[in-house]
Design a protein around this ligand. Structure first.
Ligand code: PGA
Length: 252
């Protein structure tokens, strides 16, 4: 039985002070949840403060990105070991904004996945097609390529607690979410590939989150799909009440 995983991707929003106010409010609201269902992904500057604010609560913290080396002369980069020490348990990897705006390739994403796992950070691996790719019937090919490269050399034991986020690029920040049917179709395909690559058990247990304009109004219908195991939420996660409504919708 998979429990839903709902993550707030704050992107480049919230100062440390704003992030801590939110985290303290949320920790009261979700205090009765089991661990491992709610994740906050603040900007790097707020990672440590948020991790402290949610210590010993059901909320986990994720980095939004990382570098693949442990340390070195990489001006402006943050290593997996650094975010782990700051209190993160997870890392979002391969978000489409990283791929599209910062030139991250499938190969780079793969290196980051392996580096995160080595540092004991559970990846939230983002995959998804552009509108052009969907319209030309390439959705499954794109998902296959992204997954195959990202998971190359990864074993089921090492990838324990890895989650996948299906985020159609055309649905991110556009207010245009995938229909529940479109999401289910893609999620079922991703699960099939996970089973083939990492075994039936891993594929059955792996949580596949949907991301792309999730809000309190559409979350329940999306999360009701058999292969949709929660959500990765951008815009609608910036307000704590709105995020909580999505968490609740994914759990019912
Ligand atoms: P959105 O972003 O909810 O604002 O569409 C989702 C994401 O980028 O993870």
């Amino acid at each position: 039985m998979r429990t839903p995983l709902v993550a707030a991707n704050w992107k480049m929003y919230k100062t440390v002070a704003e992030a801590v106010v939110y985290a303290k409010e949320l920790r009261v609201l979700v205090k009765d949840l089991d661990e491992g269902q709610v994740v906050l992904a603040p900007p790097f500057t707020a990672l440590h403060a948020v991790a402290e604010a949610v210590r010993n609560t059901p909320i986990a913290v994720a980095a939004q990105n990382l570098h693949f080396e442990t340390e070195g002369a990489f001006t402006g980069e943050i290593s997996p070991r650094m975010v782990r020490e700051a209190g993160a348990e997870r890392a979002i990897i391969g978000h489409s904004e990283r791929r599209r705006l910062f030139g991250e390739t499938d190969e780079l994403v793969a290196r980051k996945v392996r580096a995160a796992i080595e540092a004991e950070l559970a990846p939230i691996l983002c995959v998804g097609e552009t509108l052009e790719e969907r319209d030309s019937g390439q959705t499954f090919d794109v998902l296959d390529r992204q997954m195959a490269t990202a998971l190359d050399g990864v074993t089921a034991e090492a990838a324990e607690d890895l989650a996948v986020a299906y985020e159609p690029v055309w649905a991110i920040g556009t207010g245009r979410n995938a229909t529940p049917g479109q999401a289910q179709e893609a999620h079922a395909h991703i699960r099939k590939r996970l089973r083939e690559r990492l075994g039936d058990l891993f594929g059955d247990d792996c949580r596949i989150m949907y991301g792309g304009s999730v809000n309190p109004g559409n979350a329940a219908e999306l999360a009701a799909q058999p292969d949709v195991d929660g959500a990765l939420v951008g815009g609608a996660s910036l307000d704590v009440r709105s995020f909580l409504a999505i968490v609740d919708a994914c759990r019912t």
